[in-house]
Design a protein around this ligand. Sequence first.
Ligand code: TXA
Ligand code: MG
Length: 349
Amino acid sequence: MTNNQGNEPRLLDVSPETIDAAASAIKNGGLVAFPTETVYGLGADATSDDAVAKIFEAKSRPTFNPLIVHVKDAGQAALLVEFTPTAQKLAQKFWPGPLTMVLKRSASSPLSLLVSAGLDTVAVRVPNHIIAQALLERSGVPLAAPSANKSGTVSSTAGMHVASQFRNGVEIIIDGGSCPVGIESTIIDLSGATPVILRPGAITKEEIEAEIGSVSFAGGDEIKAPGMMKSHYAPSIPLRMNVTPEGRNKGEAFLTFGPDAPRRAALNLSKAGDLREAAANLFTMIRALDQPGIRGIAVMPIPDTGLGHAINDRLMRAAAPRDDDTSGFSCSGSFETKMQNFVKLEGKN
Ligand code: TXA
Ligand code: MG
């Protein structure tokens, strides 16, 4: 796997060779920053948990915010999410362009679970930028890409902005000059009963309403990050954090971390003790263990450094006392069966 960890990103001018190099970096699980019409994106293969984990690591995000998945057209989006008639109408009018739609993840979606931070919905958009389009075309995969800036800083609208923020972890920055729109896309949630604008952006409420009728705002200019809602991250069975091998209760599945973990544990987030690998496995493994017959999930202590912050943040939400029975972890049949078999296998070693 090519991985530029520790190396400075290469800031490259646009050329067919640059696009080729960027596409192979993406296909090999690496990170590439690229311009879109709104702001620069920090892109990775959206079907790879490991590649997506690198984004969170590079951005130093304290939590796993769900990411926008960039696709080349509505046809590719329909392979990943349930593309409703309303979504079709908006796509026809605004795609390619700065409108992101939150839609239900389809049962057969090949997308990483980490890309939407364990949610059952996915944010998708088709960028209207020749470089973004070329990268999507050449890499052949959907691109998970948040804005290419460190967490808590403003979005980058020029290649140099990206280069000044990322010292390592990013292989290539494609310098495509400044972004024509300069502010992030409008995000509309179409996964509920009525459409809700989660983030105002380049496309206005009025423009959207002209196509699909009345829509509402989620409120303020603050993004309503679903990651902040406890219930979205809760499995249906209780979860306990910081459990040592001795502290485990009967009937609980033990989700471990590191080389010193008991070998009879249900699943190990990372036998090598690698936090990025653990982040990549987190949602998949919690889902796999959230099944009838298991009383609860006990999780071994995870170091609270680097990506460990985000992992512990999510575990804390999953472990928080619940006053309702809503759960964001719903498993599709085939996925669940596959993972149950996996759990059985792992339990044997
Ligand atoms: O213009 C843009 O949208 C840029 C370019 C690169 O496309 N991207 C961007 O990504 O601004 P980011 O990660 O900085 O902001 C995306 C926001 C997240 O903060 C998250 O709240 C929201 O999109 N989001 C992503 N997936 C979501 C989901 N499934 N449900 C609700 N909100 C979601
Ligand atoms: Mg951002």
